[in-house]
Design a protein. Sequence first.
Length: 315
Amino acid sequence: MKDWGRKVGPLTGLVIVFTLFSLLRPASFPTAGNIELMLLQTAVVGTGALGMTIVIVSGGIDLSVGSMVALSTVTIALLLNSGVSPIAAAVGGVAAGAFCGSLIGFLVTRLRLAPFIATLAMWGALRGAAKGLANEQVIVAPSTWLNNLLNVLTDDQKWMIVPPGVWLMLILACIVGAFLNYTRLGRHIVAVGSNEQTARLCGISVERTKLMVYTLGSGFAALAGVLQFSYLTVGDPTTGTGMELDIIAAVVIGGASLAGGEGRVLGSLVGALIMTVVANGSTKMELPNWVQEIVTGGIIIAAVALDRYRHRRME
């Protein structure tokens, strides 16, 4: 029963927040067009949250994902300008993210740096690399089908129900959920996050597992960068500033424990939706940004406090 409560808690919160804004702004908030817009706004953070779920479940943290999103958009724009195909450019952006994630894994496993310090250092390094590659300016790229991943559906595309970028996020969520629950590496990640010493005694290669965790986490951040590029249609080295906090908040609001060993893909997506609904609803009510930020901060504090309370009860 307690586990069931943890699973439906974030979803219940989403329903309450959505209902509240629907009652306050019935003419503009609960419309089909606005719901589609909120799904589009959730796709980037939601995709990044999938990778962050893997990282947090392992007991780690990654503060570099916002910079990784920016580096991915710059990489994609540069590759498109060099004449490669859109799919090759997208793969190149994701590969750059995976490579940077492996560097983070090296810092954590070989140099024994705390994940907070290692990813904080990479946060600055990746942002600097993005600005250097872009010569500190926005890179305009040729128009391709990548630009249409997060476009509002036209009348001829209504059969898709939601834009392609949202479908990509949902498909990736199913893959990550199956990965954590049904693969050997996924179970190892959960074991390492639950108790690293016990996992080591059970024969799990903790270092190799952590290396894969940060490689996958940064890879998903780069995938979020692909969607961000679609939204912006340019390579922007300054985009994604502060996005790491939104992504971490989405995972925590979704029920993941910062202590590791616990996290759900569905919860992370719901957490991302809650943040989007709050921001969109506040905009519909013409509330200033500082009010939105205070509300979001309050939600994060409540989520972490509930997590701490739950763990104390279990102990």
